[in-house]
Design a protein around this ligand. Structure first.
Ligand code: NAD
Ligand code: ISE
Length: 338
C-alpha cells in the first residue's frame, strides 16, 4: 500500500519533507503539492514523478487522490489547513506550531474532538531523536532516581532579519517546551524568561540570548538557554539531573578525534543536520500509522499545550515575572497515545 501525500507549502522544510517522502522513506509518495508561490510549487513538482500541482491548499485537501496531508506553510496559515484536513476526514501532519494562537488551537481541538478520532500529528521531531529517546528511557526507568532538574541549551548559529526575540520562544524554544512535557510526562505549570546581556551579534532592540525557566507541575525545573545568534554552530544540549545520577545528550553523534593536545568532534551546522535522522524516523512512523488507518506522534493536545506555554512565555518576557500557565481541561480523546 502506498499513502498518497499532499504537501502544502514547498519552502525550506516542505522541500526537505518532499525529498524524504520521495527518496528516503517507504510506503508513501508525494501525490500533490501547492504553495502560495506557484512558481516554487511547480519547481518542486518538476523533481517528483506524477505529482499534481494545486492552486490552493483547499483544492489539494479535497483532491480524492490525496490520502493524507502535510502542512509546511507559514505558521499563521496552519489552522486553516488543519481544520480543512479534519473536515475532509484525512490524516494531517502539521509542522510546528500547530497554530500560532491559543484560540486557533482551541478550534482545532474542538474540531478533532467532534470528529471523534485522532487525525492530527504535530512535527515535534525531537521526540524521535535517538539521543532524546535514550535519555527519556533512562529517566523513566527510575535507575538514576526521581528527576529534579533539566538543563537545556538551544543555540542557533544565525537567523534571518525577520526573526524577533519573541521567536526565540515560539519558534525555537517551543521544541524545548515540548521536550520538557514529553520527558517528564506532565504539563508545565509556570514560565519565567530572563534576559541576560544581549549579544553584540544581535540586532538593536533584540534580546538574545534568553534564559527560559519552566516549572513542571510536580516541581521539576527546566532551564533553557536559547539563542538566535550563537554564531559558531547549531548546538543542542540537554541534561537531566536526578536524585542518584544524571543523563545528558552526548556531544557528537559522529566520531571523536584525538591528537596531540586536542580532543574534538563535529558540531552540527544547522537543524537539518542535527535532526535529519529524527525527521526520517518521525515521518516513517507517521506513514506506517496512516497505512494502518490511524496516526501517531505528538497530538493536537501537545500542539495546543506548546502554543499556550509559548504565549505565556511571551507575557513573561514582557512582564519579567513568573507567569502561571493556564490550560483548558484535556479532552478524553487525548488520554491515550494514538
Ligand atoms: P519557508 O518560508 O521556507 O516556507 C514556507 C512556505 O509556505 C513558502 O514557500 C510560502 O510561500 C508558503 N506559504 C505561505 N503561506 C501559504 C499558504 N497560505 N498556502 C500555501 N503556501 C503558503 O518556511 P520553513 O522554514 O519551511 O517553515 C515552514 C514551517 O515549518 C513553519 O511552521 C516552521 O515553524 C516549521 N519548521 C519546523 C522545523 C522543525 O525543526 N521541526 C524547522 C523549520 C521549519
Ligand atoms: C526552526 O523553525 C526549527 O524548528 C528548528 O528546529 C529550530 O532549532 C530553529 O530555531 C527554528 O527557527
Amino acid at each position: 500500500v502506498t499513502v498518497n501525500v499532499g504537501v502544502i507549502g514547498t519552502g525550506m522544510i516542505g522541500q526537505d519533507h518532499v525529498r524524504r517522502l520521495t527518496h528516503v522513506l517507504s510506503g508513501a509518495r508525494v501525490a500533490a503539492v501547492t504553495d502560495m508561490d506557484a512558481d516554487r510549487a511547480r519547481a518542486v513538482a518538476d523533481g517528483v514523478p506524477g505529482v499534481r500541482v494545486h492552486d490552493s491548499g483547499q483544492d489539494l485537501i479535497t483532491d480524492p487522490e490525496v490520502d493524507a496531508v502535510v502542512v509546511t506553510s507559514w505558521g499563521p496559515t496552519h489552522e486553516e489547513y488543519v481544520l480543512a484536513g479534519i473536515a475532509a476526514g484525512k490524516q494531517v501532519f502539521c509542522e510546528k506550531p500547530l497554530a500560532t494562537t491559543r484560540q486557533a488551537c482551541d478550534r482545532i481541538l474542538d474540531a478533532e474532538t467532534a470528529a471523534g478520532r485522532r487525525l492530527v500529528s504535530v512535527g515535534f521531531m525531537r521526540r524521535y531523536d535517538e539521543q532524546y529517546r535514550a535519555m527519556k528511557e533512562i529517566v523513566t526507568s527510575g535507575q538514576i532516581g526521581p528527576p529534579l532538574l533539566m538543563h537545556a541549551a538551544h543555540r542557533n548559529p544565525a537567523v534571518p532579519d525577520s526573526f524577533t526575540s519573541e521567536m526565540i520562544i515560539n519558534d525555537s524554544a517551543v521544541h524545548d517546551i515540548d521536550v520538557a512535557r514529553w520527558m517528564f510526562d506532565q504539563e508545565i505549570a509556570a514560565i519565567r524568561v530572563l534576559t541576560p546581556r544581549t549579544s553584540s551579534k544581535a540586532r538593536p532592540g533584540f534580546h538574545d540570548p534568553l534564559l527560559v525557566l519552566l516549572e513542571m507541575a510536580d516541581g521539576v525545573l527546566v532551564d533553557v538557554e536559547a539563542s538566535a545568534n550563537a554564531g559558531f554552530a547549531y548546538d543542542i544540549r540537554g541534561e537531566v539531573v536526578c536524585e542518584d545520577g544524571t543523563v545528558e545528550l552526548s556531544e557528537s553523534a559522529g566520531v571523536v578525534v584525538k591528537r596531540v593536545g586536542t580532543h574534538s568532534g563535529r558540531v552540527p551546522a544547522n537543524w537539518q543536520e542535527r535532526f535529519a535522522r529524527a525527521f526520517d524516523a518521525e515521518f516513517q512512523a507517521w506513514i506506517d500509522a496512516v497505512t494502518a488507518g490511524g496516526t501517531t506522534g505528538p497530538s493536537a493536545w501537545d500542539g495546543y499545550a506548546a502554543t499556550v506555554v509559548c504565549d505565556t512565555g511571551l507575557a513573561a518576557l514582557r512582564s519579567g515575572n513568573r507567569e502561571p500557565v493556564v490550560l483548558r481541561e484535556r479532552p478524553a480523546l487525548y488520554d491515550k497515545e494514538a
